[in-house]
Design a protein around this ligand. Structure first.
Ligand code: BEZ
Length: 213
């Protein structure tokens, strides 16, 4: 199994899930996808993460994105655990949790890091675009719950920078100023692309209001 890198095609697979059998690329359709792994069912941090993902379902939908979780436990375990998640996190899990007891998905996406956690998936995140290209990856240890607002923020940045010749600076969030791509130097092109103007702190560091706001 090769390490997946940014820009690689997201491997396709067929696997069972809490919502029935999933053919991954077909399930993804034209959406952005957040594929994220968990060490195990009935664990406290994972329970809070899945609850938060469910609570953010409107935010995922706004971005044309779908969430899909994976852990090495079987479907019947996922089904029982979903009851606990809904009850304790006051939400409704409305996205599939892949059951990966044969480690098919974990292997394809290199989610098992045996020097950190033996035999179970660590907290991997893959952000995949509608062309099935891997656009971002994040890996956390089992002991650290992820920040799903950060995952949404990365999707915001990717969707913005796919459409405008900008990049998003430190701690940027939707609506903040952005930086102009250093490749654009022609004054006529700058004026056309950034009609709201820009502030040049250095020739390579030019701030402009977010173009789509
Ligand atoms: C958890 O989700 O709480 C967890 C899972 C595996 C190891 C440590 C914590």
């Amino acid at each position: 199994m090769a390490t997946l890198r940014l820009g690689d095609k997201a491997p396709d697979f067929e696997q069972q899930s809490s919502a029935g059998p999933i053919s991954f690329h077909k399930w993804a359709g034209n959406s952005w996808v957040v594929l994220f792994s968990h060490p195990a069912d009935f664990t406290p941090v994972c329970t809070t993460e899945l609850g938060k993902t469910a609570a953010l379902s409107g935010e995922f939908a706004k971005r044309g994105a779908k969430a899909i979780a994976v852990s090495v436990d079987p479907v019947d375990s996922h089904q029982k655990w979903i009851g606990d998640i809904n009850e304790t996190q006051n939400t409704t899990v409305n996205f599939p949790i892949l059951a990966d007891p044969d480690r098919k998905v974990a292997g394809l996406y290199d989610m098992i890091h045996p020097n950190s956690l033996e035999n179970a998936t660590v907290r991997s995140v893959f952000i995949i675009d509608p062309n099935k290209t891997i656009r971002a990856t994040i890996t956390y240890p089992a002991s650290t719950g992820r920040n799903f607002d950060e995952i949404l923020r990365v999707i915001d940045s990717l969707q913005l920078t796919d459409n405008y010749k900008v990049a998003t600076p430190v701690n940027w969030k939707d609506g903040d100023d952005v930086v102009i791509s250093p490749a654009i130097q022609d004054p006529a092109e700058l004026a056309k692309r950034f009609p709201k103007g820009f502030k040049a702190l250095r020739p390579y560091l030019r701030m402009t209001p977010q173009p789509n706001k």
